[in-house]
Design a protein around this ligand. Structure first.
Ligand SMILES: [Zn+2]
Length: 89
């Protein structure tokens, strides 16, 4: 990931609450950056030929495609929610 100032915006849904969050990639902890990069890779691998939006994907396209980015953000927030629930237990 190249931009420390990249904004990560996502909606998280739990049973009762829907939250919209925006965080800055540069402000994430190393642990969360790692999770973000994993989420990015996960979505990328899940759509190896065509992007989430249906276009042929290239590395550059994935960096700029808003549908791809929001899929990654969604996955990221889902993963950190999981992490939070693990910590609480
Ligand atoms: Zn796309």
């Amino acid at each position: 990931m190249d931009s420390e100032n990249m904004k990560i915006k996502g909606v998280t849904e739990s049973t009762k609450i829907i939250k919209t969050r925006t965080v800055c990639y540069g402000s994430l902890s190393l642990e969360h950056k790692k999770i973000y990069d994993e989420a990015d890779l996960y979505i990328s691998n899940k759509h190896p030929i065509k992007c989430v939006c249906g276009k042929l994907c290239t590395g550059l396209h994935e960096k700029t495609c808003s549908k791809f980015r929001s899929a990654v953000n969604r996955e990221f927030f889902k993963r950190i929610e999981d992490l939070n629930s693990i910590k609480k237990e």
